[in-house]
Design a protein around this ligand. Structure first.
Ligand code: NIG
Ligand code: FE
Length: 386
């Protein structure tokens, strides 16, 4: 089965050339064969196909790759958001409220919720996404969240080190032992990644080191939450272990930026958090100018960023973080793919997965230029229109 998308006014391929690192083509066409891209080129030279989609001069982009979400949870924390907007600061301790609601939810309730979020992601052009555990914090419960997440994505991350749960408040070391031992063992069959929230109020640098070593020993791939709420050692620890991505990077010293620039670690910026917590946005321009690979992701979770919208992340990155529209789109597609160690998505080229989005707009600039407007026309995932 072949489908030709033709008459594309502006095609962003993310295949870098010496004069355009975003691989922009005008008057282009893409041939899809089954779940893969078979050919990319000029519309005038396009081959025939079983089906033809006329893009009518509009823009086509790679499907968004949302490399950071926390989508398996019960309840919400709208009351906290409301209080924040009245001046109460964000604190990681709120995570415990979601832990209580998640523990109380049945498998079917969580599954249904998750399916709703997946529909939400697809409708906004996201075709690949990561999901973390971290809202149960018991051995069986974390395994349950990982199993449910694995039903909807191969990119499952074990985040037992989200916060120390209330029942271990007086014995943090015992909780870290549990994360590194029985909990890690129970979750490993379902997870590809592990993550630590290294931050004041969550896990200390010493605890983070212990968990990094245990996760790597279990053959999970490392990623890290760091430097979200203040300056700290998260980024330095991330680089030391060669994690694929260190996420948030809101408060960075010059040494942190230099360490990232000298590493292969992606800095994943999560501007939905700053939007929802009223903290200062991370400085993407500073990172890009230093040579750091930058991704953007939604961090969709009920506490610090309850949005699954990658178009909103692109708009915030451009408006608030000093990125150009093309850089922001790259960060939301190829950048996310790099952060997830995926070379089959985030790029429109022969052999890659046929995950792409037809925009209801003539160029990618409109994603930031028309914030809040539903510009996602048709989403192709594995070659099929959703
Ligand atoms: O990425 N930083 C840690 N975890 C989430 C917040 C989770 C919550 O508040 O429920 C984050 O911002
Ligand atoms: Fe997060």
């Amino acid at each position: 089965m072949t489908t030709l998308i033709t008459n594309i006014g502006e095609l962003t391929t993310n295949v870098a050339s010496p004069d355009d690192r975003f691989g922009t083509l005008r008057d282009a066409a893409v041939l899809i064969e089954d779940d893969r891209i078979a050919w990319v080129g000029s519309a005038a030279e396009a081959p025939g196909a079983d089906d033809v989609v006329d893009a009518g001069g509009r823009a086509v982009i790679p499907g968004f790759v949302d490399s950071h979400t926390h989508l398996v949870f019960g309840g919400d924390r709208a009351d906290e958001f409301e209080a924040r907007m009245a001046g109460v600061p964000y604190a990681a301790g709120g995570i415990r409220r979601t832990v209580a609601a998640t523990r109380a939810a049945s498998d079917d309730e969580l599954r249904e919720r998750l399916a709703g979020f997946v529909d939400e992601l697809h409708a906004q052009g996201t075709t690949t996404f990561e999901v973390k555990t971290g809202y149960d914090l018991t051995v069986d419960g974390e395994a349950r969240l990982a199993r449910l997440a694995a039903e909807v994505t191969p990119e499952v991350t074990f985040l037992g080190a989200h916060v120390v749960p209330a029942e271990y408040a007086d014995d943090r070391a015992a909780y870290v032992d549990l994360v590194c031992g029985a909990m890690l063992d129970a979750v490993t069959p379902y997870a590809k990644w592990f993550d630590v929230f290294c931050e004041r109020g969550a896990f200390t640098p010493d605890e983070t080191h212990r968990i990094m070593l245990a996760g790597i020993q279990a053959d999970l791939l490392p990623r890290l939450h760091g430097n979200q709420l203040g300056y700290g050692e998260g980024v330095q620890i991330a680089v030391e272990y060669g994690v694929w991505s260190v996420d948030h990077c809101t408060y960075l010293s010059d040494e942190d930026v230099a360490a990232l620039a000298a590493s292969d670690t992606v800095a994943t910026l999560l501007p939905g958090v700053e939007f929802s917590t009223r903290q200062p946005y991370p400085d993407a321009r500073r990172l890009i100018d230093a040579g750091v690979t930058v991704a953007i992701a939604s961090d969709c979770n009920p506490g610090s960023s309850f949005t699954s919208s990658m178009p909103l992340m692109v708009a915030l990155a451009v408006r608030e973080m000093g990125m150009t529209p093309a850089e922001a789109l790259w960060a939301a597609t190829a950048g996310g793919a790099t952060a997830l160690n995926r070379d089959d998505v985030g790029v429109i080229a022969a052999g890659k997965r046929a995950d792409l989005v037809l925009l209801d707009a003539p160029t990618r600039v409109h994603l930031a230029y028309r914030p809040g407007v539903p510009l996602i026309d048709t989403v192709f995932k594995d070659g099929s229109a959703l």
